[in-house]
Design a protein around this ligand. Sequence first.
Ligand code: GLP
Length: 256
Amino acid sequence: MGRFVSKHIEADYEALSEEAALFVYKRITAALNNSKPFVLGVATGSTPIGLYQYLVHLLADRRIDLSKFYTVNLDEYYPMKQTDSHSYYQYMKFHFWEPLQKANPTFEYEVQGFIPSGETDNPEAECLVYEERIKQRGGIDLQILGIGVNGHIGFNEPGSSPSSRTRVVTLSPETVSANSRFYKDDISQMPKKAITMGLGTILEAGEILLLASGKSKESIMRKLVALDKPDQSLPASYLLQHPRVTYILDIDASGT
Ligand code: GLP
């Protein structure tokens, strides 16, 4: 298969979210209609919230049997209690899992939604278990990604190896600062570590959809699209090694 890269530029965040949801919906239903399971790699952060809203709406049709639909998250803070409102577990429950289950009860998030545990005493073992879970489900069919202002994907910070697997990482100062907005800008309250799928794990997904929205992403997206080979200082640039990647940006993030 040849390399397929597609770039869509949408007018604004609403249009980006709608386009992205439709893209994901088509992939999910194509598999499920053929009685195949579908594993969706999901991201957190502000960017995919609109996508999840539209996607729930599209999947609300109860004739769609979601019993073979699974989600696997990219990352979770460490340490982090599942019940903490800042956890990515709660984010998923609030923005996607519960609304989807309510709209279409053939999806049961406690069985079909996977996210690394931020409350384990043995995070290294958790990382191995997480990789195994993904493998047992047959791998990720489509991975949704956002991008950090420093080019991270998941929590793979600059310098991450392209062959890295799910592991415990220390967040970079830029990431701690960018994400402290969820902690009323109080950096001292922010977790400084996370469990993240590795770049190697992400690159094994069958297909990748990267979303970027807003002026804060313009500079990193300009750098990313200008590269013709991966650069370790910009983790998202390893997507250049993947055969099937789609970017959906809004005008602000694209700088056009
Ligand atoms: C977070 C997450 C990433 C996310 C990125 C961008 O730290 N770990 O998966 O893509 O940062 O977040 P946002 O969409 O809020 O800009």
